[in-house]
Write a protein that binds this ligand. Structure first.
Ligand code: IPE
Ligand code: IPE
Ligand code: MG
Length: 250
């Protein structure tokens, strides 16, 4: 897409960061930041849809996050369960499809249960999808995909000689999802923290200093505007993008 044609990125992924610092700045316990962060998840889900985004992926809990103090992990899991239970009716009413990526089978039973219910209740919605990355890590995802792919080769469902990114990538958690067009990270950190390493190969990145609990629809719109100032070249030249027919003829 040309840098001059304003488009909405169909798939936006967000590394939601800064809950702890938001709380610290106010002399509050970290968990207050997470509580406020959940409110931002709620508002951002609908802000993205209103702006025309088709899929929103939110990095909610990384595999590395288990290493945080036990009390914080416990409260985060409790908040997740509370949020999902509270949102189920809204998702159904608003026709939001819920999906997850990550090793969700390792989450607490209560969280798994409400995830299962919500995913089943919303699976036929096609307009807008919220993807929660839960107990997610890119490296683990690649290992899980490699194991599944190896098993498929061993059983004859895949042919070793046909191996390609197109065949292998179907074994990632995101197998049937589009790649993210825009990845946003809040809180001023400029790292990817093991998030969608493969899928973001050609994504545009926007880093904003805004802490996640303060992130608004205007911040999302600003990130999309920034995205629109970029030219996604996918390895080609600007000239080729400007006139594809001419480039192909050469
Ligand atoms: C993001 O906020 C939420 C999770 C990673 C679960 P943080 O808790 O990482 O907040 P900071 O980085 O400490 O400010
Ligand atoms: C990334 O945030 C994980 C999530 C947003 C769930 P972290 O706060 O855990 O990342 P690092 O540790 O600063 O890289
Ligand atoms: Mg953080």
């Amino acid at each position: 897409m040309s840098a001059h044609t304003a488009t909405v990125p169909p798939h936006v992924a967000i590394i939601m960061d800064g809950n702890g610092r938001w709380a610290k700045n106010r002399g509050l316990p970290r968990i207050e930041g997470h509580r406020r962060g959940v409110e931002t998840v709620r508002t951002t889900t609908f802000a993205a849809r209103d702006l025309g985004v088709r899929m929103l992926t939110l990095y909610a809990f990384s595999i590395e996050n288990w290493k945080r103090p036990q009390e914080e992990v416990g409260t985060l899991m409790g908040l997740l369960e509370y949020y999902l239970k509270k949102e189920l009716a809204t998702f159904v009413r608003e026709r939001v499809r819920l999906r997850t990526i990550g090793r969700t089978h390792e989450l607490p039973a209560g969280v798994q249960e409400v995830l299962h219910t919500t995913i089943a209740a919303t699976k036929h919605f096609t307009d807008y999808t919220l993807v929660l990355a839960l107990n997610y890590g890119s490296r683990t995802e690649v290992v899980d995909a490699a194991r599944a792919y190896a098993a498929a080769v061993a059983s004859g469902r895949e042919k070793f000689n046909d191996s390609s990114w197109a065949t292998f990538s179907r074994y990632l958690y995101t197998g049937d999802m589009p790649e993210p067009d825009l990845v946003i990270r809040t809180s001023g950190e400029t790292r990817i923290s093991n998030f969608l390493l493969m899928q973001a190969a050609y994504a545009e990145f926007v880093f904003t200093p805004v802490l996640w609990p303060d992130f608004t629809k205007a911040d999302l719109a600003a990130a999309i505007a920034d995205y629109n100032r970029r030219e996604r070249r996918f390895g080609l030249t600007s000239e080729q993008l400007a006139s594809p027919a001419k480039a192909a003829a050469k």
